[in-house]
Design a protein around this ligand. Sequence first.
Ligand SMILES: Nc1ncnc2c1ncn2[C@@H]1O[C@H](COP(=O)(O)OP(=O)(O)OP(=O)(O)O)[C@@H](O)[C@H]1O
Ligand SMILES: [Mg+2]
Length: 279
Amino acid sequence: MSSLAVLCEGLVHVYGAAGEEVTALRGVDFEVSDGETVALLGPSGAGKSTLLWLLAGLMRPTAGVVEVYGRSLATLTRAQASSMRLRDVGVVLQTPARNLLSYETAMGNVLFAQRPTRRPRRAKRRRAEALLDAVGLGAAAHRRAGRLSGGEQQRLAVAVALANGPRLLLADEPTSQLDRDSARAVLELVAAANRDLGTTVVAVTHDPDVGVALGRTVTIRDGRVGAEGRAGEEYVVVGRDGTVQLPDDVLEILPPGSLAEARRTAEGVELLPVDRRYP
Ligand SMILES: Nc1ncnc2c1ncn2[C@@H]1O[C@H](COP(=O)(O)OP(=O)(O)OP(=O)(O)O)[C@@H](O)[C@H]1O
Ligand SMILES: [Mg+2]
């Protein structure tokens, strides 16, 4: 048995019909161990949400391997994928309202999410109350989700995603609409799920605080994993075709399109700019 929560190998995703394709992922290699917490970083349009959708089984990849707890998602039926999300994988999509039943109350949403569990009704209510309190929505329990503000919907979506104590939480910018205190409350709830239940976490974020809180960072740029970071250190990743995405400070010296000499040194590799005017 592998202790991998997530495995992606050469993952490719192309949107759109022939003639108007958009390649969102062009060979992503990505692993997350069971119980790990990872922040997915990267510029807008890099492919972060696409990767999350594939991990949630909401779309099928165009090519490559995508596995969650050893199970390949490429061939799951819609029903199998939704059963996986209901029981094992909590998902927070980037648009908060898409995670919720708008006509149901906040409480109703967290209760509905618990429908596959065998807990008695009273236990489900207690769990819902505790989750709503934890995200600061205790007083909004009986308000309809569709009437909540964007930030309130975002907090509710996290409560819903954690309702069944999932093995894996996939969250797309879960704090983007929150003030510092609400964001901290959401992060604490996620951290508690990881600590107490061993929930593995993959969260897309632009928020440096979230990246720091999650420990390991993976940066996606232009549909590939470009860099990995641990404990504040950033490392570039050599792709399977040998490509490397240079960090911004290096790009100032070697802008895209420039020529460089790659030279072995005693310690590793040196990239020396070549003056193109005198090749
Ligand atoms: N349904 C779609 N149809 C066609 N192209 C799409 C679709 N969804 C995303 N794309 C394109 O795929 C690429 C990756 O998009 P994605 O949403 O994964 O990026 P992202 O990293 O999540 O960006 P952001 O930080 O802005 O949310 C972009 O070029 C985007 O325009
Ligand atoms: Mg996105």
